[in-house]
Design a protein around this ligand. Structure first.
Ligand SMILES: [Zn+2]
Length: 78
């Protein structure tokens, strides 16, 4: 059975909280599934609302909409 935990995703440049996210497993965060985002603090444009850094691109994963993280633009806690 897959276990989920809540992580917080921050902008690496200005430390703004971007998402709270239900993550499966302990692996490195490569992409976010849109349906597993618990709280979205962005304007929905995949840019940091504070410093305007683009941190992800829209993609599809397992036929579901997802955001592919641009490595180095974000960091994760939790
Ligand atoms: Zn930022």
């Amino acid at each position: 059975m897959t276990k989920f935990r809540t992580i917080k995703i921050y902008c690496a440049k200005c430390n703004t909280l971007l998402y709270k996210y239900y993550k499966a497993g302990n692996g490195h965060l490569v992409k976010c599934f849109v349906h597993r985002i618990k709280n979205d603090y962005t304007n929905g444009d995949l840019k940091c609302p504070k410093c305007n850094t683009e941190f992800a691109h829209e993609t599809m994963a397992y036929r579901k909409p997802a955001y592919k993280i641009i490595q180095g633009k974000i960091y994760v806690k939790g």
